[in-house]
Design a protein around this ligand. Structure first.
Ligand code: ZN
Length: 303
């Protein structure tokens, strides 16, 4: 009999990652595919096919798989296995858990991708052993996850952790969420590109690297907004650690330095003196490892 392992899947706006992970959090195999954009059925087809092939392709007996954990970029009703909505994917009240689980005969759990990234860092990454932490994922958009006393904080309806939509500037640019000047509209990769005149966030970072003054100004402005958001988190949650992850912008020192400066100057004491603001250790694997942790926790809980 093989040692137990878990299948994890991270369905993002551009790519879908699928992996086999052992119960110690070691990634045994990982693959990536572009996420189909046409319909939910296409995504289900891709994910189901990968999940059913994965164990066999790695010489692992399917019977040793504990279950499947899936992270989705969107609002997830975990209890009912629904993806309520998603800004970048064709999901609308989609019963994803049932659609994927039906053909597999394996337990399937789904959750928001950023929430799972938080869990991944807390179980297997830089926040291992930390009980109070907040994760912020900065990519095309901004997502988040909150862990309090070692457990994911989900709020009343499961919608907690939407850090990207906290309002920083009520007179700021409008976001898809309907608010003006939320963090996502001011500091996400898309927002940075927009501020620089309609290029991509990556291009802005490259130009800044070459000393382009406008790009540098844009990144500093984004860093300032990010810092205001982080200071709010520090004041409200008094976390031991805030982990920044996701996307290319996180490699941008200008944004991070500016954000840390704002936190040091404006967040309240003693919170600001104890919090550690760090960069994700797991990178793009955080969501996968969180998805694995979710399955492992559930199976252990049922024993
Ligand atoms: Zn928003």
């Amino acid at each position: 009999m093989n040692p137990k392992s878990v299948i994890a899947c991270d369905i993002g706006g551009t790519k879908t990652l699928t992996a086999l992970i052992d119960i110690e959090g070691k990634i045994l195999f990982k693959e990536r595919h572009p996420t189909p954009k046409q319909s939910a059925e296409q995504i289900v087809e891709l994910v189901s096919a990968r999940i059913s092939k994965l164990p066999g392709s790695q010489g692992i007996d399917k019977r040793s798989i504990l279950g499947v954990g899936i992270g989705v970029a969107g609002t997830v009703d975990m209890e009912n296995g629904l993806v309520v909505s998603s800004p970048h994917l064709p999901f609308k009240n989609t019963p994803l858990k049932q659609m994927i689980g039906d053909s597999l005969k394996l337990p399937v759990l789904i959750d928001n991708d950023a929430t799972l990234a938080a869990l991944g860092e807390q179980k297997f990454g830089i926040a291992k052993g930390i009980h109070n932490m907040v994760m912020m994922t900065i990519g095309t958009g901004i997502g988040g996850g909150i862990i309090i006393k070692g457990e994911i904080y989900r709020g009343t309806t499961g919608g907690a952790g939407e850090i990207g939509h906290m309002v920083i500037d009520v007179n700021g640019p409008e976001d898809d969420c309907g608010a003006r000047g939320c963090l996502e509209a001011l500091a996400s990769g898309d927002a940075i590109g927009e501020m620089a005149g309609g290029i991509s966030g990556e291009q802005v970072a490259q130009s800044a690297g070459k000393g382009d003054q406008n790009a540098l100004r844009v990144l500093k402005r984004a860093g300032k907004s990010l810092g205001a958001g982080l200071a709010n988190l520090v004041n409200i949650f008094d976390p031991e650690m805030i982990v920044l992850g996701g996307g290319v912008m996180i490699d941008d020192k200008i944004i991070i330095e500016e954000a840390k400066r704002v936190v040091a100057e404006t967040a309240l004491k003693p919170n600001r003196d104890t919090v550690r603001i760090v960069i994700s250790e797991l990178g793009e694997d955080a969501g996968l490892l969180g998805a694995a942790a979710l399955v492992i926790e559930k199976v252990n809980g049922e024993r």
